[in-house]
Design a binder for this molecule. Structure first.
Ligand code: GLU
Length: 464
């Protein structure tokens, strides 16, 4: 196709696309809302590619891509600290393995249901494709809430979860990892149970602690990757780098924490972090050591932050701006939503733009609502979508798979250098793809088109 010429859907085609998306949908199933939100964004933005090459329609790629290969749903029975039996639901959505073994995290959170995991699995296909590594897309998890549970309870749950999950996974079949509520501790218990059942010591999970087969830098990878991506995006868009700039971050999990760490390393000033109860605004910069202690050692609420730093502001959720999140109403140069889906609304987007924000990069999966993204794009600020910007985590997971397969361990520096190269390559590829398809500067379309193309071409080559 001709360079720089946008092929846009006309009104009739747009209507047809919307009708098609609607036809897939069971209107009574509210659970599927986020899945359709993710799917609609992708399908509408791949139009320039889809319409320019008849092979995609001839091979029914869209119809095939939006349906998961299979979904496992299972009962998880476990014993709590009082020896009482508890029951949760577990899932694994194996979405697409055109490019490699199914790959994607496990989320343990009360909001988990089939729809949420379909959305995350669908995003994961394109994200994993963008890394350029041989990994397909999957996601899994449970409505189990690790918050407030003892180590014993988490272990009991993880063992029970793996007693069912082990049937469906394997180092060449499907390799789960962490996500919200699943970190090194949970991966350790899951790995231990897999090993007991199968007797196999193999790279069936990534995100393992280093001392028994994990990759150095895997904990840091997503957060560092988000910042590497942002630096490259700012360079491509001729904007000033992050050094000495005020940054706002949401979340206080693995992604947020390491984004904050990398921002400090680059000489930037991250001033916020948040959890489900509130936001900390520390104008002198977030105390990273304290944050690590509160969230990873003590596992307590951020409210505790003010005990050590009474001069920092703690904003409880009840005081958030109507329809918005406190972090996005604090003036910044660059914003990093690193908590969860749909946490940054149009109200927030307007506040960010009004306060002079130049760049927004998504560390969480789909944290910005469609209206917020539209507003960012209309305002011409740099916007790095999750499936490109937060791909560093899964990319290092794939490097962990390589190390496990080779029975080797790479140094921190080697993994970090690989990660930086991968993130810069993703960013450049996305920017170039956007330009090639006539939507220069639109990283959402660039990411969707580049990811889709890689998966679709493999699906066509592999046949049905
Ligand atoms: N859960 C992470 C993600 O959303 C990492 C997945 C993995 O390492 O497999 O990409």
């Amino acid at each position: 196709m001709s360079k720089g010429k946008a092929i846009r859907m006309d009104e009739k085609e747009l209507e047809k696309a919307r009708e098609y998306i609607k036809s897939l949908r069971n209107p009574n199933c509210k659970e599927d809302d986020v899945f359709f939100q993710a799917m609609e964004e992708v399908l509408l933005s791949i139009a320039p590619l889809y319409l320019s090459d008849p092979k995609y329609q001839a091979n029914a790629i869209v119809q095939r891509l939006v349906v998961p290969d299979r979904i496992f749903k299972f009962k998880v029975e476990w014993l709590d600290r009082n020896n009482k039996i508890q029951v949760n639901t577990g899932y694994r959505v194996q979405f697409n393995n055109a490019l490699g073994p199914y790959k994607g995290g496990l989320r343990f959170h009360p909001t988990v249901n089939e729809g949420v995991l379909k959305f995350l699995g669908f995003e994961q296909i394109l994200k994993n494709a963008l890394t350029g590594l041989p990994i397909g897309g999957a996601k899994g998890g449970s409505d189990f809430d690790p918050k407030g549970k003892t180590d014993f309870e988490v272990m009991s749950f993880c063992s029970a979860f793996m007693r069912e999950l082990h049937k469906y996974i394997g180092p060449r079949i499907d390799v789960p990892a962490g996500d919200i509520g699943v970190g090194a501790r949970e991966i350790g218990y899951l790995f231990g149970e897999y090993k007991k059942i199968t007797s196999a010591y193999e790279g069936v999970l990534t995100g393992k602690p280093f001392f028994f087969g994990g990759s150095l830098m895997r904990p840091e990878a997503t957060g560092y990757g988000v910042v590497y991506f942002t630096e490259k995006m700012l360079e491509i868009e001729n904007k000033e780098p992050l050094k000495e700039k005020v940054c706002t971050v949401s979340g206080s999990g693995n992604v947020a924490l390491h984004a904050i760490e990398k921002l400090y390393q680059l000489g930037a000033l991250p001033v916020t972090c948040s959890d489900s109860k509130g936001t900390v605004y520390d104008p002198r910069g977030v105390d990273l050591e304290l944050l690590k202690e509160l969230k990873f050692v003590k596992r307590v609420s951020l409210q505790e932050y003010s005990k050590k730093h009474p001069e920092a502001k703690y904003i409880p959720v009840s005081d958030y701006p109507k329809g918005g999140h406190a972090a996005w109403h604090i003036p910044c140069y660059a914003a990093f939503p690193c908590a969860t889906q749909n946490e940054l609304t149009e109200t927030d987007a307007k506040a960010l733009v009004k306060n002079g924000c130049v760049s927004v990069t998504e560390g969480a999966n789909m944290p910005s609502t469609p209206e917020a993204i539209h507003y960012f794009q209309k305002s011409g600020i740099c916007f790095g979508p999750a499936k490109a910007a937060n791909a560093g985590g899964v990319a290092v997971s794939a490097l962990e798979m390589s190390q496990n397969a080779q029975m080797m361990r790479w140094s921190f520096e080697k993994v970090d250098a690989e990660l930086k190269t991968i993130m810069e390559h993703i960013c450049t590829n996305v920017a170039q793809t956007a330009e090639e398809y006539g939507v220069k500067g639109n990283y959402v379309d660039g990411a969707n088109i580049a990811g889709f193309k890689r998966v679709a071409d493999a699906m066509i080559a592999e046949g049905i």
